[in-house]
Design a binder for this molecule. Sequence first.
Ligand code: SF4
Length: 285
Amino acid sequence: MTCSNAVAPSSSQPGVVVSTSEARSILTPASGFMQRYRYTLNPYAGCAFGCPYCYARAFVFRAAEEESWGRWVTAKRNAIELVAAACRSGDLADGDAVYLSSVTDPYQPIERRLRLTRGILEAILTAGVQPRLTVQTRSPLVVRDVDLLRRFEHLRVNVTVSTDSDAIRREYEPRCPPITARFGALEALARAGVRIGVSVSPMLPIEDPRGFGARLAALRADEYVTQYLKPPAPRSAGGTSRAVLDRLRADGWGPREYRHAATAIRVALGEAGPLLEGMQGYAPA
Ligand code: SF4
C-alpha cells in the first residue's frame, strides 16, 4: 500500500487510529491455509478488535504495527474501484473462490461509516459476477448487508463464536461483540436465507460444551469448524503468543480440555454436524 493518510479517530473505536491508504491491488492470490481459494480480499489492514491471540498481527510489514496491533486500522480507500476493475478485466470471474477476509475482519466498527465492504459487494453484483464468496466475520454489522448477501448464488457467511461465555470473551477478546449478538447475527442471516457457518476458532474455554453444542445445532448451519490455538511460531509464520497460551493454561485450558470440549460439542451437534477441524473446514462456498 502507498499514501497512508491519518484521519480522525472514530468515536465508535476509542483508542483506535483510523487512516486510509491507496492500495496497489486488492485481490491476493491465496495460499497456505487458504489454498482452496483463488483470492483473499482484505478491505482493511489492521483490526480494531485486537484479539490478544490474533495470528494476523504477524503479517504486517513493520514491527511497530505488530506491537500496536488492535490500535490502528487502515481502510483501503480505492478497494471498491479495484474490485470493480477486476470484474471488468475478468481477473475476478464467475466461480472464483474468494475469502473475505483473511487478515482482518471485513466488518470493522469503522465499516459502519465507511461502507467499504458493502461497496465491494455492490461492485461485484453490479458487474454481474458470481464468485464463490466466503465472508468471515465476528461482527453483527454483517446483517446490515443481508440485502446484498442474499443476491450471491454461492455464498456462506462464517461467524466466529469462540466461546459460550461472555466472561471468557471479556478476558480474551474484550473488544469483540458479545456472544449473544453473534448468535443473533447468525439467526438473522439464516432467517433471511443466507447460508451460514460457525467458526469456533480458536476455541477458547467453554463453560458448558453440551449446551453450547445444542445451541449451535439449533442454528442448522452449513458448516461447523473448530481448532485449538496455533502453537507459538517465528514471526511471519503466524502463531499464538506464548503469553496468551500461558494465560489459558493458568485458566485450565489446554489441548486436552479442548479435545474434551470438542467431543462433547460433536455429540451435541449430532446430525446437525459434523464438527470439522482446521483445514477440513473453511471450504469455499
Ligand atoms: S477479529 Fe480476527 S483479525 Fe481481528 S484481531 Fe481478532 S482474530 Fe485478529
